[in-house]
Design a protein around this ligand. Structure first.
Ligand SMILES: NC(=O)c1ccc[n+]([C@@H]2O[C@H](COP(=O)([O-])OP(=O)(O)OC[C@H]3O[C@@H](n4cnc5c(N)ncnc54)[C@H](OP(=O)(O)O)[C@@H]3O)[C@@H](O)[C@H]2O)c1
Length: 359
């Protein structure tokens, strides 16, 4: 028998919420004990309401659950938020005030000075911001944020390069999947056979969030990294997976071989590397000239590994590369679960208060 920690999922019916439900189904530490969504869904059985898009059956324990309202109390110290950003802010604050650790995928709190914006392999030390958050806000819970989906892949790939060579200038152009817009997302008549060269506020998110993630924690505050970012974001007719072409300039000039060595050697702390959702390695380098590709490389490391390819010199900046990440796994639910695992591994949530689980 093992004891699993009860968790709740807010926005459980949406694209990211469904990915949480799927990833948590057989999780060794966590057990979904509550699901919540909008008032239109509340009071109804999950399987009757969710337009389930995952290519596996709805986990039986969740299928028959009655959807709750997004208001505390819900069972479970950990609450995953996959809420529509328009409504998430006050709901997430209410849960944190009531004592929950809210791991959020929405943009609302990401840039708050006392909210850690986490990629566990890159900046697990930023978790300490929640001490300040709890003290300043008087909360027994806290809000922890997952970055925007393209930023999650980009900043993970940049982390070893920034550490080794100091990123100073960055140019990134994204090709982002339709699932990044949630369900039903972009109308098929707009995207099939097409590219849309604008995703609302995405360029700004990449620019500010990547600097915070790769920033330095000191005296209870994160000083954002000081590189300049020029981002172009495009929606393309791909179901899952955000790919991006990147040119980067460093403070210390780096050859392609040096960059490849840094990318290959990169690992999180031993604590992070040992988490159930951590891929090993977190960054996979593929030397083939036509890789990575979303259809072929997206599920590496269970969708948690970022694939980097085509690392080569850049005639304008120092190096060019291609980065691919799974937007609903590394860019949302998978990394959300990994952040919650970090909370447990660091002893901030007790393991002992869970439910008995049969063999
Ligand atoms: N899709 C991605 O790749 C991705 C990646 C990273 C971050 N995110 C972020 O994650 C969040 C969820 O994205 P998504 O793509 O899963 O969106 P989605 O498919 O549109 O799902 C939105 C969820 O929010 C719920 N909701 C809507 N209005 C509500 C209200 N007034 N009160 C309570 N719940 C409400 C919906 O419940 P009903 O079904 O009852 O309406 C649904 O469960 C967004 O903030 C998004 O920006 C998305």
């Amino acid at each position: 028998m093992s004891r699993r920690i009860p968790v709740a999922v807010l926005g459980a019916t949406g694209t990211v919420g469904q990915k949480f439900i799927r990833l948590l189904a057989d999780h060794p530490w966590f057990e979904v004990t509550a699901v919540a969504a909008s008032s239109a869904s509340a009071g109804r059985r999950y399987e009757d309401v969710a337009r389930w898009r995952e290519p596996v059956a709805i986990p039986p324990l969740v299928a028959g659950m009655v959807i709750g309202e997004c208001a505390p109390p819900l069972p479970g110290r950990i609450v995953f938020s996959a809420l529509d950003a328009e409504v998430a802010g006050p709901i997430e604050q209410e849960f944190a005030r009531a004592g929950s650790f809210v791991v959020t995928n929405t943009r609302t709190h990401r840039m708050d000075a006392d909210v850690p914006l986490l990629i566990p392999e890159a900046n697990a030390d930023h978790l300490a911001l929640i001490d300040r958050q709890q003290k300043d806000r008087g909360w027994s819970g806290a809000i922890l944020a997952n970055p925007n989906c393209s930023t999650a892949a980009l900043a993970l790939a940049l982390a070893p390069l920034h550490r080794a060579f100091g990123v100073e200038r960055l140019f990134v152009s994204t090709m982002q999947a339709v699932s990044g817009a949630g369900y039903p997302g972009v109308a098929s008549l707009d995207i099939v056979g097409n590219v849309i060269p604008h995703i609302g506020d995405e360029e700004e998110k990449i620019e500010r969030e990547s600097r915070k993630i790769l920033g330095t924690l000191s005296n209870g505050a994160v000083a954002s990294a000081q590189f300049v970012v020029s981002a172009h974001t495009n929606r393309v007719a791909v179901v899952d997976g955000h790919m991006m072409t990147v040119s980067v300039g460093f403070g210390r000039r780096a050859s392609a071989d040096e960059a490849l060595a840094a990318l290959r050697a990169f690992r999180g702390t031993p604590c992070v590397a040992g988490l159930p959702s951590s891929p090993n390695p977190p960054i996979e380098v593929d030397h083939r000239t036509d890789r990575p590709q979303p259809r072929l490389d997206l599920d590496r490391g269970g969708g948690m590994a970022v694939t980097v390819g085509r690392v080569r010199p850049c005639p304008i900046l120092d190096l060019r590369l291609v980065v691919l990440g799974h937007n609903t796994v590394r860019g949302a639910a998978g990394q959300g679960v990994q952040i919650a695992e970090l909370l447990v591994a660091e002893g901030r949530v007790e393991r002992g208060s869970g439910h008995e689980r049969g063999p």
